[in-house]
Design a protein around this ligand. Structure first.
Ligand code: RIB
Ligand code: CA
Length: 340
């Protein structure tokens, strides 16, 4: 019998009918990704470009895994690699709302994409700031747009504070971040929330429909060495780069968790927008701890309806609770197979 391991002692909230929209080939979902590329961000962007169910309108960058100037350049070069240098990129906040700069070079490398060197993009970042591109796109697009933040939520919080009237043009926020159980950056907090808890609190209190893909589901979305081989076997530059980024992540996470594996955090948020039945979600009331104690950045997730009600609160997010890992790996590899 294998040695016992600790299991999170939280209430097992039942799966609920998803509220996030899902794109179709006939009616692709308009999406903006806000990102800190980032090894797993790269896979998320690849998936968004490759899936016909998603119409990726723009990518905005935010400081997180690495400094925002690297995130911007990585986003430009990744979009060019994936054959879409036409998708606009605008640079956002480098530091958190209240200042402070937390980075993750130990996982993503100093420049954010390991040791991979990507060819420069023929396109440049837009002159306007991320919040301005977000606002203009929300204002001008013929239908409400889905925001898919996969880094710290600083840009999204600034958007909501500077352009409160545009909240109605946001169809849904499908984010990677938070956790029902333990954190990763601290025992309490997941990285994207921990970098800017005040921004996360603004987003979760906004009243906009939210799907939170936290560590509980992204740590089920794990790839191992065979997935790297599947990417490496693709006859494309995107496949080769995908394999290179994955191999780097596998080695780095392996040092942290003891076995060569990698959680493909960000791509779960994108996959949920393209594949209707890949991720199971449950209704939660999510609050963000913004104090200065050891729980700073924790997403306090309550899925027990009667307790939420008793405290005069209501569910404000759907939280990812389960994913079909094997199918998710196929979705990722097939996406890279569609790219140049
Ligand atoms: O905790 C995982 C998240 O932090 C992912 O978005 C990863 O890219 C890092 O930003
Ligand atoms: Ca990220």
């Amino acid at each position: 019998m294998s040695p016992p391991v600790a299991a999170p002692t939280f209430f097992p909230a039942p799966a609920a009918q998803r509220t996030a929209p899902v794109g179709t080939v006939e009616r692709p979902l308009p999406v903006i990704i806000d990102s800190d590329p980032g090894l797993d961000d790269a896979r998320a962007i690849a998936l968004a470009v490759a899936r016909p169910e998603i119409d990726l309108l723009a990518v905005t960058s935010v400081g997180g895994n690495t400094d925002v100037r690297h995130c911007t350049e990585n986003a430009l070069r990744l979009l060019a690699l994936f054959g879409r240098p036409d998708i606009p990129v605008a640079e956002g906040a480098d530091d958190a709302l209240l200042g402070g700069r937390i980075r993750a070079p130990e996982i993503h490398g100093a420049g954010g994409i390991g040791t991979t060197v990507l060819a420069p993009s023929p396109a440049a970042a837009r002159a306007e700031a991320a919040v301005d591109l977000l606002a203009a796109t929300l204002r001008d697009h013929p239908e409400p747009v889905v925001l898919c933040p996969i880094g710290p939520l600083t840009n999204i919080a600034l958007l909501l504070r500077l352009h409160p009237s545009l909240a109605g043009r946001i169809a849904h926020i499908c984010l990677m971040g938070g956790s029902i159980g333990d954190g990763n950056t601290t025992a309490a907090a997941e990285f994207n929330i921990y970098v800017d808890p005040e921004a996360a609190r603004i987003v979760f209190e906004s009243g906009i429909p939210i799907t939170m893909m936290g560590l509980d589901v992204t740590h089920q979305a794990v790839l191992f060495e065979p997935a790297v081989e599947r990417l490496r076997a693709l006859p494309t530059r995107s496949g080769a780069v995908g394999a290179e980024l994955a191999a780097y992540a596998l080695a780095r996470e392996g040092q942290w968790y003891g076995t060569p594996r990698m959680s493909v955090h960000d791509a779960v948020a994108v996959a949920h927008l393209a594949v209707a039945d890949l991720v199971a979600v449950a209704d939660y009331n999510v609050r963000v701890e913004t104090g200065s104690g050891p729980a700073r950045g924790k997403t306090v997730c309550d899925g027990l309806a009667r307790r939420i009600e008793r405290q005069g609160r209501s569910p404000n997010a759907q939280v990812g609770i389960a994913i079909d890992r094997d199918r998710f790996e196929d979705v990722l590899v097939e996406a890279f197979a569609r790219l140049p």
